[in-house]
Write a protein of this length. Structure first.
Length: 100
């Protein structure tokens, strides 16, 4: 009778352990699905960031080149820029601000 009681107790423990294992397997599967989804999102965001970064770096390089050209022009001919109509300067600054 003691053995039957022990067998029943151990069978109950096994049933509880199997149930817990099934819960953990389901939780792991859900976590794996979330991880795959998050990884896909991050890959997409990284690709978008890389593209935007390349565009911004191109803009910065263009602006640096323009600054070098203007600086060289001012050094060689200081009066050259004095002939520019400055009425649109504010609009130019806003446009450059939007690009950057």
């Amino acid at each position: 009778e003691k053995l039957q009681a022990q067998i029943a107790e151990l069978t109950s423990s096994i049933t509880v352990a199997v149930s817990k294992i099934e819960e953990l397997v389901a939780a792991i599967a859900a976590d794996d699905a979330e991880l795959k989804s998050a990884t896909a999102i991050r890959k997409k965001e990284n690709a978008e960031f890389t593209k935007n970064e390349a565009e911004l770096m191109d803009c910065v390089a263009t602006l640096e080149k323009a600054i070098r050209i203007l600086t060289k022009e001012i050094e060689t001919n200081p009066a050259a820029l004095a002939q520019i109509d400055t009425s649109n300067t504010q609009r130019l600054v806003q446009t450059l601000g939007a690009v950057i």
